[in-house]
Design a protein around this ligand. Structure first.
Ligand SMILES: Nc1ncnc2c1ncn2[C@@H]1O[C@H](COP(=O)(O)OP(=O)(O)OP(=O)(O)O)[C@@H](O)[C@H]1O
Length: 226
């Protein structure tokens, strides 16, 4: 049986005790090495769920197990270390450090996680390999992130998420700034690289057209009554 990379049971999260649940779901499982497309309208709780998966937020009720670890069982500092070691994130706005080069941005996870650095082997060579695999030519590697196009920034963000072979890659609507053809090409590159290192991918978007690229999809319904 394939082990689950992510297992969620009976999850409830509210931003405030008197607010409607931002996330409420009975169960969700993502098997190791598979890709999940998570969709739902604006405000449905997609980003909130990703923060719960990363252990940035803790649920009011229920259980989130990532790679066999129940996140709520870890103290905050160990949750941060677990996230740095095992999860690669691509953020909506990419969150690159503009004064660093593309290459230096890709290397950042190796500074925060010894495990990611070790798994990268030669981190600089691996960062350059990932950038090239994501269709970024060598001159771009050394350019400051501030000087990159949106499409180039997105590929740098993807390489940064993938370096050191994290078991799980989480992408929060990273394609919305691109046209349809470029969105498709980006997703194919991301999934190919993730598959090559057997990473599980959770990809969030409101654009259901993208679902066809993924092994499975899951809909978040939107705000529920308190
Ligand atoms: N920091 C916060 N404090 C309080 N409420 C929040 C916070 N972040 C999100 N929310 C609320 O939680 C709900 C879910 O928001 P979330 O950002 O998870 O949705 P989303 O599906 O990612 O939306 P989008 O597609 O627009 O990014 C919304 O009602 C939102 O207003």
């Amino acid at each position: 049986m394939t082990p689950a990379a992510i297992r969620i049971d009976d999850l409830l999260f509210r931003w405030r005790p008197d607010a409607a649940p931002a996330v409420c779901l009975r169960g969700l499982q993502v098997d190791a090495g598979k890709s999940l497309f998570l969709h739902g309208p604006s405000g449905a709780g997609k980003s909130t769920l990703l923060n719960l998966l990363g252990g940035v937020l803790l649920p009011e009720r229920g259980r989130i197990e990532v790679l066999g670890q129940v996140l709520g069982d870890l103290p905050a500092a160990r949750r941060d270390a677990f996230r740095a070691d095992h999860l690669g994130f691509i953020f909506q706005q990419f969150n690159l450090l503009p004064w660093l080069s593309a290459l230096e941005n890709v290397l950042l996870p190796c500074r925060f996680s010894r495990r990611r650095a070790q798994r990268a082997g030669d981190p600089v060579a691996e960062a350059r390999r990932l950038l090239a695999a994501l269709d970024l030519a060598a001159p771009v590697h050394d350019a400051p992130a501030a000087e990159l196009s949106v499409g180039q920034q997105q590929r740098v963000a993807a390489a940064r998420a993938l370096i050191g072979r994290p078991e799980i890659v989480i992408a929060d609507e990273p394609t919305s700034a691109l046209d349809a053809a470029r969105q498709d090409a980006f997703i194919d590159l991301l999934l190919a690289e993730a598959k090559a290192v057997a990473s599980t991918v959770v990809f969030v978007s409101h654009d259901q057209r993208l679902a066809a690229h993924f092994d499975a999809s899951f809909a978040l319904a939107g705000e529920l009554p308190a």
